[in-house]
Design a protein around this ligand. Structure first.
Ligand SMILES: Nc1ncnc2c1ncn2[C@@H]1O[C@H](COP(=O)(O)OP(=O)(O)OP(=O)(O)O)[C@@H](O)[C@H]1O
Ligand SMILES: [Mg+2]
Length: 468
């Protein structure tokens, strides 16, 4: 409850309630006062009408006529009358009417007096009541008093007070109950978000904010939070995979390096031997760094953490610029590198990773097909971009064409050439990251490496492109 009082929702509800209560009370007060005023005017109008009538009679028929009428009206209404009459002489001695003596009156406002009067109820009891009256002075100091006892008016007024009081109470109670209910309801939803966040902070990233299915703004908020959490979880998972893979793949070469140093230390100290061991170690460390970078690239592509930053790129243009980089190497080795590509070949992708993959394929062709032509094709058809690197070298036997995509797999005949056996792994990881595939085919003779990627809409290509 204490916490409830401190919440914004509650304060807001309380403010609304205060405004609500104030307007309800103002409205009820207005009803009360205007009704009371109406009743009073009504009473006064009745008395006025009565006096006007009697004055006319007095004018027409003189004092005897007036006395006769007053007498008649007083007795006719005697038993249960709310109209009071009194005619007195100059000394205030009563002559006619249903009041026994001149009342102990006080002036209420000009022309109107109020006084207590004893009246008989329907049950025959005599009770004291307030009366309102007006006095008309006749000739010779005679006076005519006409009034009404306010029993009915005050009964009516008290009934109104009663009714309005209860309505006010009921409305306010409903307001309080409704406000509390709404606040509680709102708080419960916020509370759900809070509870989930707390669990996530404590380390359980699988927690999600429950939805009520109403589709209101709280559900939208929860949905967005959940989507955000999904994305964070995916990224975390990807990063964990990257670190796991790298740790796993580098453990063996690092242990080997360490073992070699240990063995060297076990031998008799010899400066020449130590120098050689250090040089070997440095070479190995360099190789490790290369491997490390290659693994990092593969792991990153596999984790898909770059997927969110991918835009539409031109695969044909990337292929041309990578080929340009490798032309000098081909020239040097006496190989020819020809490029044949569509003008533009839009794909949704990461420029850096795609360049890397094409470079790995060209690197293999240059490395394993020592002489002859290397052809790079990049064409699009039926919504698929197809990139091929074909050489006329020894090729890869059909039963090994899948295995060479695994990490660290190299064919027997390739041991003499430098390499880690990671190039094709990256090609495949990049292809899959882009929703495509990488495979090897027979080039009769030689090898044809094929990379297929889904094509993107060319209209989403940036208008100007700069060469890599
Ligand atoms: N064009 C090719 N012709 C013949 N064999 C190939 C060709 N490309 C790849 N291979 C075989 O597939 C193996 C794996 O290739 P991959 O590119 O994955 O590794 P690598 O070239 O040995 O090393 P890295 O690319 O990491 O420097 C190679 O060792 C080689 O035996
Ligand atoms: Mg390679």
């Amino acid at each position: 409850m204490g916490r409830l009082l401190r919440t914004n929702a509650f304060r807001l509800a309380a403010l609304y309630f205060a405004l609500f209560a104030a307007s309800v009370l103002a409205l009820l007060a207005f009803i009360y006062f205007s009704t009371a005023d109406f009743i009073e005017r009504q009473t006064e109008a009745t008395i006025d009408a009565e006096i006007t009538g009697l004055r006319e009679q007095y004018g027409d028929r003189g004092l005897p006529g007036l006395l006769e009428i007053v007498h008649a009206r007083s007795t006719a209404l005697h038993n249960n009358s709310s109209t009071l009459y009194l005619v007195t002489d100059a000394a205030l001695n009563p002559i006619a009417g249903n009041l026994s003596s001149w009342p102990r009156a006080r002036q209420i406002r000009p022309g109107w007096i109020g006084f207590p009067v004893e009246v008989r109820t329907r049950q025959g009891d005599v009770v004291e009541s307030d009366a309102l009256a007006s006095v008309f002075v006749l000739h010779d100091g005679f006076r005519l008093l006409v009034g009404r006892d306010l029993r009915d008016a005050s009964a009516f007024r008290s009934r109104i007070t009663h009714t309005l009081g209860w309505s006010a109470l009921l409305t306010l109670a409903l307001g309080v109950a409704g406000g509390l209910f709404m606040t509680r309801n709102m708080l419960r939803r916020v509370e759900a978000v809070n509870r989930t966040s707390e669990r996530i902070i404590r380390g359980d990233l699988t927690q999600r904010v429950p939805l009520t299915g109403s589709g209101d703004e709280f559900d939208q908020l929860a949905g967005n939070l959940n989507a955000m959490l999904d994305r964070i979880e995916r990224l975390m998972l990807g990063m964990r995979q990257v670190t796991d893979n790298i740790a796993h793949d580098l453990r063996t070469p690092l242990s080997r390096l360490r073992a070699r140093l240990e063995v060297t230390l076990l031998e008799r100290p010899d400066a020449g031997r130590y120098g050689e061991a250090l040089r070997e170690t440095i070479t190995e460390a360099d190789r490790l760094l290369v491997t490390f970078n290659a693994l990092l690239n593969i792991a990153e592509a596999e984790a898909g953490s770059r997927r969110e930053t991918m835009g539409v790129v031109d695969l044909a243009e990337i292929a041309r610029s990578v080929a340009e980089l490798y032309e000098p190497v081909a020239d040097e080795k006496g190989q020819s590198l020809t490029v044949d590509s569509d003008a533009v070949l839009p794909v949704q992708g990461d420029r850096h990773l795609l360049s890397q993959a094409i470079a790995n394929l060209l690197d293999n062709a240059l490395k394993y097909a020592p002489a002859g032509a290397i052809a790079l094709h990049a064409h699009g058809a039926d919504g698929t971009a197809r990139l091929e690197v074909a050489d006329s070298g020894p090729g890869v036997p059909a039963d090994r064409r899948e295995a060479v995509f695994d990490r660290f797999v190299r064919l027997e005949g390739s041991r003499s050439t430098p390499g880690n056996g990671l190039g094709l792994s990256l090609v495949r990881a990049v292809a899959r990251l882009h929703g495509g595939e990488a495979r090897l085919e027979d080039n009769n003779p030689g090898l044809k490496a094929v990379l297929t990627l889904p094509m993107a809409d060319s209209r989403s290509l940036p208008a100007t492109r700069n060469a890599a």
